[in-house]
Ligand binder design. Sequence first.
Ligand SMILES: [Zn+2]
Length: 731
Amino acid sequence: MQCLRIVSFWCLYALLVAGLIAECKIPGAECGIIPYSEPSTPRSQGGGTDYWLVGHNLQVEIDPQAHSLKATDIISLEVGEEETVFLSLNTTLQIHSVKIGPQKVGGNGGLIISPVRPVSGEREGIEVSIPPSLRGKKIFLVISYSGSLYEPLDPFHEPPATIAPEFVYLSPNAHWYPDLPNSMGVFRITATVPRGYEVITHGNLLERKEESTSEAISFLWEADFPAENCYLIAAPYKVTHQKHGEIDLYTYFFPEEQGLAESYLEASKKYLDMYQKLLGPYPFSRFAVVENLFPTGYGMPSYTLIGRQVLKMPFIVHISLGHEIAHNWWGNCVIPHPEHGNWCEGLTSYLADYYYNELIGPGPAVDYRKEILRSYANYITEENDFALEGFTGSANRTERAIRSILYGKAAMVFHMLRNMTGDEHFFQALKNLYLDKKWQLTTWEDFRLAFEKQSGQALDWFFKQWIYQKGAPALELGDLELKEAEGAFQVRFQLRQTVPPYRLRIPVILTHKEGTQPFVVEMDSQTAEFLLKSPSGPVSLAIDPDKDLFRKLHPMELPPTIDKALGESAPDGLLIVKPSGGKAAPGGSQLLEGYEMAADMLIPHGEVKLDKDVTEADLKRSLFILGGPENNLLLKKFPALLPNDLLLAEDRLTFKGKEYEAGASILTSCRNLFAKDKTVCIFVSQEPKAIQATARKLIHYGKYSYVVFLDSTSVDKGTSPEEANPLVHHF
Ligand SMILES: [Zn+2]
């Protein structure tokens, strides 16, 4: 379950584009125990024994200089009849004692030392023996341990944990506290650090205690809502606080980034206001933007953890921050059931990334939907497709195929649901669901019930075809006839769809001399015929021109883009053509070395061949050509492969009428003149030194048809317009 560790697409995307990451991805009295209170209701019992609610009362002392921690966790849980309980815990940590006893009102008296067996290998942790008298009961486990967790700081690599003077980062992947795997838990954490540090985790900061006689400072955090796991971060942050209504807003930034605090706080207010109006009250009492020294974009309950490099990027505050804030409703409060498909990335993308485009205007919203459909067409095959219901969250979310379904298709499902039920019912259903399912594991089925109740429509067919089965329909415009009788016009047309047929509501636009006439036609069979009446002579008929349907685009609806080439699947997949030399260009052999490295980076996307080994049959494949005609023999032999708007001279590049002299690299794509449904990408560079850094970024500009880089920074990019759309008929 990913409720705490929500890895956001947009933030990851930002990191990918920036080339910052190679790949991406939520008590008692005896022995000084602070009383632990259970949440008022057992809210996250997700069915079966795998998702017990566990309470942690953790006291941890952190010594950044020594890279070490010393901790005692009092775990409150209900055990079954098993003889032992497994708890995950980092095996490098040294366990000092494990005590066990029954939970009693007002204390945890009667604790006894429990035998423990260390476990390593696939799972690392400890197996605690449960005495027969405690089986099937609510118990306390008190575990004291200490040790060192350290990795040198590397801004491009997120370690599971490190305790360093500059930064303390403890992620659940490091198993820095004992935990029942797959459990949901409430957390009460007392963290003691040297003065000058601030500690943050999810929940509420109840106490910040600086002892006048001590060099230490302690922070008492409490999260009385269930969460899958816990991150704890400590650093010499400068904390900025503002009150916004009932919500406390914070930034935890290093002094160098302090100038960004105001814009993040102001943007947070805007997003919180927007989502409270749209979805209902914000579920926490505080929200913080926290700077990470590692490249992350995580949305945690009540805070977001954003890597230093991306924090400074202007679009983060305008798009990504909103996405993470929306996750506080979807993912952190209403929690996707780990066994029934992750709906929360699609819903969050729809209500954030997509919604912001819609607020700008219809054009950007249509463009966003086009990108979703293109990504699906370019990257999804029969083999890698999957039903949304079946996604368990175990796969790498950064893989384009997974993203195009988990984020893209799911967002389109919500879009179609909205078009079918109307704005009022759509947003009211979401509000109702949020109220009903707070702090609970929630499934697609819960969405069906909420939307059916609100709209009064039976939606089982809708969820069955879009959620429980994989795939997408493809549409084709069949026979078409225009008739005129006594000044009235009739358009009769046939639509065909692929097998299995979907039940579809298809927007159709009839354009005539007086303007446009929108229709919605419905079909649930493989072919259907429709008759539209037009008051005057129609100019064109367009089927789903604004991409309101989730469907497989026709190849001619797909402009040549970098994704289209990179998404080619075997056996005749992408051919990467590296240069063998040709005439020495400026930079000579250095350029060739650069192209060689670029070819190596592209290996996961296709087959690599030297220009002189390319066969006639290869020409009909999608090609990724590295180097211009000066270096690459294939372009020398077939100069017509070069797009007309790219002119290459020895000392300069001219692209789309603009001249670039030193340090420019261009990646452009066009249709393959030898096979119109295939794509040719050409990457040329003038700058041997920047070629490697640029090449590393190429695959992250997939939605574009061209990108211009100056010294590995993109300075211009764009997508070619759609060509002849076979779903549009001009009369
Ligand atoms: Zn997300």
